[in-house]
Design a protein around this ligand. Sequence first.
Ligand SMILES: [Zn+2]
Ligand SMILES: [Zn+2]
Length: 351
Amino acid sequence: MRAVRLEGFQGPSSLRLRDLEDPQPAPDQVLVAVRAAGVCYHDLMASYGHFPRTRIPVTMGHEIAGEILAAGSGVTHLAPGDRVASVQGAGCGACRFCRRGREPLCRQGVGFFGEGIDGGFADLVALPARGFSRLPASILYEAGAILACAIGTAWHALKAKARVASGETVVITGAGGGVGIHAVQLAKAAGAQVVAVTGSPQKEGAIRAAGADHVVVARGGDFSPQVREVSGQQGVQVALEIVGAETFPWTLRCLEPGGRLVFVGNVTGKPVELKPAVVILKDLEISGATNTTRQELEEVIALVAEGRVRPQVAAAFPLEQLPEALERLQRDRPLGRLVVRPNGGVLARAA
Ligand SMILES: [Zn+2]
Ligand SMILES: [Zn+2]
């Protein structure tokens, strides 16, 4: 099978297309013919060595959609022929986090796909079945490949962490990115008013079309006066910080007393300055949102199947063009998410 391997930490130029032995599923694993895999900003950062757990060489790719070719003897909820989509990693299934349905916090399983275990930028993957859910025929594989990290992350942040309620106002930074454009849709689906912040004036129309009530175009500098103006001066109840240090000081200023801010993105990886007095006196909640749980993936699958959220795939590349896809992500900040489509080799072999 073909796989694109990360073999160094010099960015996309460290990726190489290789021919590898076909993987074999362990008893708890499924063998999946990958039809599409999401290309995430995380992959770009990983290619520069930003994450200590990335071992090389490795096949990255932590959002996978495809078809099950074989299932290990211990797999009960999936079978060969099933169309599936993955979450970003898999827990052990037995620890206190896994037992409470918070498997992204598990430190005893295989962890994040494409980090310590090979992920989806390949024709085939063998990964724990507990990282996959069934994908209905109505959802295309390209869309299936962005349900976990692009849409599920936004869902986890809005629902589990921000607890957004109907009638509240939500400010979303990085609103034109892969997570942001879906956060806009999900917040609207939850009945919230959405103030979207973007650095790209050319994305304003698309963000509005995704459901944003207001779009604030901000390139550096304090955007909180504009957010306050459109939200009736009192500030917003919920903020999703999808950019990170670059926008955090202004995002924090958008909150009304008692507001909730959730860190979702961390584009530059830089630290932020935070005055405890602001958090104390305004009685704020500041939290972080990590990966999607299987339960949340299944909720997202239902939302997409019902047409309440439309997955935004910016472009699809052949597997071997993963380096070009990552360069495009770095250069253009495309609207929505990019995917790669492995499959050529596997389809030929199956036929
Ligand atoms: Zn991701
Ligand atoms: Zn566990």
